[in-house]
Write a protein that binds this ligand. Structure first.
Ligand code: NAD
Ligand code: UD1
Length: 342
């Protein structure tokens, strides 16, 4: 029996492949490599000394999905495949609605055809409405403001309806806070195309000399130092959360949401300082205007995941900075150089 991981060559997917393989599962990956490299999976194999079977397919393509389910005995699915850039989703909403929704609908149909009813889905803290108080708990008001966030919210709704009508299904909706860091080996990590939008990849590219300075988006928020505060979570902790969620999904029925965060907020300037302390590198910065759509402070109450899934984040900000830096300095251009040279 195998677990199908859609988007398994991506940032969170590749780390989850490592943890699932380490936990003893056989892993099949479906990824069209739109935002990833086959090199990531080669390195997953190097880290784990286990094989990953890759189907280079579009998850929107039901025929391709049927081939995977026909050729393998799939027990359950972890669904990462999707587009994730907020700004791009505002400019190209249909690209996001088409890819994120149709891939999920196709997957659900084919899972139903093959009687596979256990699913772990990549949701996001972005599904919470902006007027909630922090810490965020799973029962709080939902409401996304950009097309990317709306795809996550719509998919959550679809999966809730699916489970309500089909009580033998089990779906874990994992609401990630801000995943950063990289595997300790320095072999796999985040490899953003172009100039990064998110804070940690931006900081590490300043440190490695690819970008000149960090633009701090606003220093007049109601936070400790006026800069935005987020719940950064190590991607390896997040990946381990998927192993626990899969164990839960294989034993239960129904649809439930879980926050995967640490429960602690770190501001932009605190993360910059932690990065400099952990790496010895300088990260020059300037204060820039606020970024549209940003909230002052976002962090999770992760107690439900601890109670129900038996999962808790273990790594701290220093680990996240050290591991990001090891990955960044060993792979200044992400997977690009290595995939070309192999
Ligand atoms: P990623 O872009 O690194 O990984 C996504 C993977 O899906 C890529 O390998 C891409 O090639 C693949 N993919 C996209 N569309 C596909 C399709 N139609 N068919 C097959 N493969 C396809 O992103 P990530 O950071 O690893 O995120 C994984 C999931 O987690 C995404 O659904 C994302 O929205 C969600 N998420 C990410 C974050 C974050 O900060 N990284 C936060 C919350 C939620
Ligand atoms: C962003 C997305 C969110 C997504 C999340 C994880 C937006 C509005 N939100 O969230 O939907 O789920 O990424 O992928 O894009 N910052 C700077 N300078 C930078 C980059 C960021 O000061 O160059 C600040 C931001 O203002 C924020 C913090 O750093 O206060 C974190 O930003 P980021 O890493 O983009 O994550 P989120 O804003 O939480």
């Amino acid at each position: 029996m195998s677990i199908l991981i859609t988007g398994g060559a991506g940032f969170i997917g590749s780390h989850t492949c490592v943890e699932m393989l380490t936990a003893g599962y056989d892993v099949i990956v479906a990824d069209n490599l739109y935002n990833s490299s086959i090199e990531a999976l080669r390195r997953v194999e190097e880290i784990t000394n286990k094989k990953v079977k890759l189907y280079e397919v579009d998850v929107c393509d039901k025929y391709a999905l049927r081939t995977i389910f026909t050729e393998n005995s799939i027990e359950a699915v972890i669904h990462f495949a999707g587009y994730k850039a907020v700004g791009e989703s505002v400019e190209k909403p249909m690209m996001y609605y088409n890819n994120n929704l149709i891939s999920t609908l196709s997957l659900i149909d084919v899972m139903n055809e093959f009687n596979v009813k256990n699913l772990v889905f990549s949701s996001s803290a972005t599904v919470y409405a902006g007027d909630n108080s922090v810490p965020l708990t799973e029962d709080m008001k939902l409401g996304a403001i950009n097309p990317y966030g709306k795809t996550k919210l719509f998919i959550e709704e679809i999966l809730r309806d699916l489970c309500a009508a089909n009580p033998d299904w089990c779906v874990a909706l994992l609401r990630y806070f801000n995943p950063i860091g990289a595997h300790k080996s320095g072999l796999i990590g985040e490899s953003p195309k172009g100039i990064p939008n998110n804070l940690m990849p931006y900081i590490s590219q300043v440190a490695v000399g690819k970008l000149k300075r960090l633009n701090v988006f606003g220093d007049d928020y109601e936070t400790r130092d006026g800069t935005g505060s987020r719940d950064y979570i190590h991607v390896v902790d997040l990946a381990k959360g998927h192993v626990k969620a899969m164990a839960w999904a294989l034993k239960n029925t129904g649809c439930d949401a879980f926050n995967l965060g640490t429960g602690t907020g770190t501001t932009v300037l605190e993360l910059r300082k932690a990065f400099m302390d952990a790496t010895g590198m300088d990260v020059p910065y300037v204060i820039a205007p606020r970024r549209a759509g940003d909230l002052a402070e976002v962090y999770a109450l992760p107690d439900k995941a601890e109670k129900v899934l038996n999962w808790k984040a273990e790594l701290n900000i220093q680990d996240m900075c050290e591991d990001t830096w090891r990955w960044q300095k060993n792979n200044p251009s992400g997977y690009e150089c290595s995939s070309k040279s192999k």
